[in-house]
Design a protein around this ligand. Structure first.
Ligand SMILES: O=C(O)CCC(=O)C(=O)O
Ligand SMILES: [Fe+2]
Length: 206
């Protein structure tokens, strides 16, 4: 009977683990942490395909140290969660808000077309204007290295989130640490990262 049932297995359907059962917190120092939630989303390829096709991706110029350069990735920002390109993003934001007790009310997505696209060392200064923030990042598609190192210098921690994995930066990690997604010439496939944002965290504490 089991063999028979296996013949009819359907592709993994899109779902999130609202219990965060696989979450593992890694302290970076006394006040900053990273939380990994492997396999948080199942069937992520469904969402990847939908977003790759439906999002109005665009490439932007950025100014860094008085120099302007074309960012080597495509991005899109959704300020209002009710206009999202896929309903699963709303469910994801709700599950994250409930779990981390932070209201995620907008999101930012990056499309790394292949290993030539990247993002340099930075802090999320616009989405985090408080000493402590919780910033979840969902990976869809290709596996890329995600690095985080002390802002004052020192060795980096490297993570390799796979499609459906969540990486959460917490505590003072936007104040005392910088993160990046370096180039990976051997990677031919695309990766999308979904960065959940909170207008509360983006406001300066008074
Ligand atoms: O793509 C990632 O995993 C991180 C993206 C990121 O740090 C950002 O857009 O601020
Ligand atoms: Fe970032």
């Amino acid at each position: 009977m089991h063999a028979q049932a296996d013949l009819f297995t359907t592709p993994a359907s899109l779902a999130i683990d609202a219990s965060f059962a696989s979450a593992r917190r890694i302290p970076l120092d006394a006040t900053s942490w990273i939380e990994l939630v492997p396999g948080w989303m199942s069937g992520p390829e469904v969402l990847f395909e939908a977003l790759a096709a439906a999002v109005p991706w665009s490439q932007h110029y950025r100014k860094l140290f008085e120099q302007t350069f074309l960012e080597p990735r495509l991005t899109a920002e959704y300020r209002i969660l009710n206009r999202l390109p896929h309903e699963m993003l709303l469910a994801a934001a709700a599950a994250l808000s409930n779990h981390y007790k932070v209201t995620y009310d907008s999101l930012w997505m990056n499309l790394y077309r292949d290993g030539r696209d990247s993002t340099g060392w930075h802090r999320d200064r616009f989405s985090c204007r408080r000493p402590e923030c919780i910033v979840p990042v969902l990976t869809l598609g290709a596996t890329r290295r995600f690095l985080i190192k002390p802002r004052s210098g020192g060795p980096s921690h490297a993570f390799s989130p796979r499609s459906g994995d969540l990486i959460v930066m917490g505590g003072r990690s936007q104040e005392d640490w910088v993160h990046s997604v370096p180039k990976a010439p051997e990677v031919a496939e695309a990766r999308i990262s979904v960065n959940f944002q909170s207008s509360m965290q983006a406001r300066r504490e008074r």
